[in-house]
Design a protein around this ligand. Structure first.
Ligand code: ATP
Length: 298
């Protein structure tokens, strides 16, 4: 598939501070990639480089096959920044109409787009009276105007309620389904887990991991958690047989390498009446993130 975003060995410094070190990343048409990293890791800087808002010191970036910053690359990319500023005195319909004109798109698409992002009813109210979630949706509608080859979303769900988050990702999925390459920077790991095809992790400006979650999980070799609940009051018996740590009066938790999981499960199944229940928890994206980022908070 085509690479909508191609970042190759890019470095960037602000004055004496090196912010990105030889970063490479490809995002293909229709692919959704999560960009993770601690505060200051360089996520927003990478997006600004892709948009041509700041120049790279070395390396190369192309968007839709064109050099970042060129007219063709700017046209191919859409950006949803974390803090969105719209004119508070305009209504949603007026603002999106203005964006449509700037993008050279017919205003006839505006009502349909407002409906699609759930703003049909609010379209004729001034944006100054809107909630943060409504403004984020207007930002999404703006992104959808140009059918971009690449969508860059910087912490799109911060401050949104769970339903708005869900709806935002549904629209992102739809964009990806139509061939847009999506790069989402976020600290909300749990919601990204099921929503992205690949995970890219920046640590102090270096790309320390970039792969599908399942592959990162395998590569990290983090332990699987087995939570075993004893029948009756027999947690002490259970612990004596399988080891691990008591979680409470009824359950024991053991950590085992992925390669030993099936053997441990067979062992537990062999305990028969001593076991009332069993939960298997794979390492979460948060565990994997901590592994690759050296323990930094997401
Ligand atoms: P966050 O998760 O907090 O949004 P981030 O990963 O997006 O962080 P960036 O905004 O890319 O991080 O910032 C990376 C580093 O570059 C930080 O140390 C920041 O202070 C610095 N930086 C960003 N923009 C500038 C600028 N215009 N001038 C100087 N330093 C900057």
């Amino acid at each position: 598939m085509d690479s909508a975003l191609s970042v190759s060995a890019v470095s960037k410094a602000y004055g004496p501070r090196r912010v990105l070190h030889e970063v490479s990343l490809e995002v293909r048409a229709g692919e959704r990639v999560a960009l993770l990293g601690h505060n200051g890791a360089g996520k927003t800087t990478l997006m600004k480089l892709a948009l041509g808002l700041v120049p790279a010191d070395s390396g190369s970036i192309s968007v839709g096959g064109a050099a970042a910053g060129s007219a063709a690359a700017r046209e191919a990319a859409a950006y949803l920044p974390e803090a969105l500023a719209f004119h508070p005195a305009l209504t949603g319909r007026e603002q999106l109409g203005l964006f449509a004109r700037l993008a050279g798109v017919s205003r006839a698409v505006v009502p349909g787009l407002l409906d699609r992002v759930g703003l049909g009813d609010a379209a004729d109210r001034r944006i100054g009276t809107w909630s943060k979630g409504m403004r984020q949706r207007l930002g999404l509608a703006q992104m959808l105007l140009g059918r971009p080859a690449l969508a860059l979303l910087d912490e799109p769900t911060s401050g949104l309620d769970p339903v708005s988050r869900y709806e935002l990702y549904a629209i992102v999925d739809e964009m990806a389904g139509q061939g847009t390459a999506v790069l989402v920077a976020s600290h909300a790991l749990t919601e990204l887990e099921a929503r992205t095809d690949r995970i890219a992790i920046l640590r102090e400006g270096r790309m320390v991991a970039c792969d599908a979650l399942a592959r990162l999980r395998d590569e990290a070799g983090l332990p699987v958690r087995l939570r075993v609940t004893a029948r009756g009051e027999r947690a002490a018996d259970l612990q004596a047989r399988i080891g691990g740590a008591r979680l409470n009066g009824a359950s024991v938790e053991i950590l085992c390498p992925p390669s030993q999981k099936m053997a441990r499960l067979a062992e537990i199944a062999g305990l028969g009446g001593l076991v009332a229940d069993l939960d298997v928890a794979q390492p979460s994206l948060e565990d994997i993130y901590r592994h690759y980022s050296g323990g930094a908070s997401p």
